[in-house]
Write a protein that binds this ligand. Structure first.
Ligand code: KG4
Ligand code: ZN
Length: 329
């Protein structure tokens, strides 16, 4: 029985995994508190995690119908993320583990995103190529085994989620913009405007999203208010399509380069409906087996941290008391 805690950014999350059954998955979003600033304010995030973390853990235990003493392991995200936010989760996990005698399992947030694919009735099995696309990261990994990952490509500037959020902001949408852009784009024509797809040359598995963002900026500057309002859905759909095409093309190319016929996706951007549709189409065309976690397991959650923890060694008391947060990606 694993209790997992995730506080790396602006969602306060706790989950309970019993064997391979997900018994609880609680996510408390702080988005409304950050919306007025147009982005996550690290200090505000840390303070809200402090207020929410115990309630979220209690809710997860209640949903699972277990007590704290039933947990053999407490897993927690230790990196990468906002340092103050991570520290709230790490301190909470240490205290709960110390109080119950459970082992503590430190988990890499990105490993967690990949491990979201190991949950559910039809879990993915390695080897596979995984696209990790979130607000802070965009990478392509080859998973030779459950915890053996090799980096194939990554963004050289913005993350895909960052590009979508910034684009949404330029279009006057709320924060966080990715999901709102997804909704607006659903009613627009993705082929209406030609926004650039970064680093498109053959064999290049890295991403760049700074060009598409600049292109949107100039498009909006030159278009005029009335035309922007009239064509907003088409602009949103075309902009989102340029970001999505880069993700899809490079994911398919990475599967080819790694000689791998299975693809998984993870990270908040993989909740995007257009990305999911385009990947389905292109994977079918290329004869690739595609595995997609449900959208609620793509965005930040603690179920994925519990899933990763199943595969990792635990640290017994009192060695984990030394554990901090942060560290290499
Ligand atoms: O994985 P995540 O929840 O947190 C990080 O680790 O960053 O990813 C958050 C990112 C944000 O940029 C958010 O706008 C984006 O995922 N996102 C979406 C959608 N839902 C969340 N982007 C596009 N379409 C969505 N439906
Ligand atoms: Zn994440």
């Amino acid at each position: 029985m694993i209790l997992a805690i995730e506080t790396s950014c602006d969602d306060t999350c706790a989950a309970v995994l019993g064997g391979d059954r997900l018994l609880a998955n609680v996510v408390s979003s702080q988005a409304e508190f950050h919306a007025r600033y147009g982005g996550v304010v690290p200090e505000v995030a840390s303070r809200h995690h402090l207020l929410l973390v115990n309630q979220v853990v209690d809710a997860a235990l209640a949903d699972a119908g277990i007590g704290l003493g039933d947990c053999d392991r407490v897993a927690v995200t230790t990196h990468p993320g906002l340092i103050g936010a991570l520290l709230v989760g790490v301190a909470t996990a240490k205290s709960l583990a110390a109080g119950t005698g459970a082992e503590l399992v430190p988990v890499d947030h990105l490993h967690g995103h990949v491990a979201a694919n190991f949950l559910g009735e039809h879990p993915a099995a390695p080897p596979f190529v995984c696209l990790v696309a979130s607000g802070g990261h965009t990478s392509l990994l080859h998973a030779a085994d459950y915890a053996d990952y090799r980096l194939l490509g990554r963004t050289l500037d913005d993350a895909a989620g960052e590009a979508l959020d910034k684009g949404a902001r330029l279009l006057g949408l709320g924060y966080p913009g990715g999901a709102e852009l997804d909704r607006l784009a659903a009613g627009g024509d993705p082929g209406r405007y030609d926004f650039p797809v970064g680093l498109r040359e053959r064999g290049n598995l890295d991403f760049s999203f700074s060009g598409v963002k600049t292109a949107l900026h100039y498009h909006l500057r030159d278009a005029g208010r009335e035309a922007i309002e009239r064509n907003l859905a088409d602009i949103a759909a075309s902009y989102q399509a340029a970001v999505v095409e880069a993700l899809v093309e490079k994911t398919i190319a990475a599967a080819g380069a790694a000689k791998c016929d299975r693809v998984c996706i993870s990270g908040g951007v993989s909740a995007n409906s257009f990305l999911r549709r385009r990947l389905r189409e292109e994977c079918r065309r290329a004869g690739i087996d595609l595995h997609m976690p449900p959208p609620e397991l793509c965005t930040d959650n603690a179920a994925m941290i519990a899933s990763a923890a199943r595969l990792l060694p635990g640290i017994p008391y009192p060695r984990y008391l030394e554990l901090g947060a942060g560290g290499a990606v």
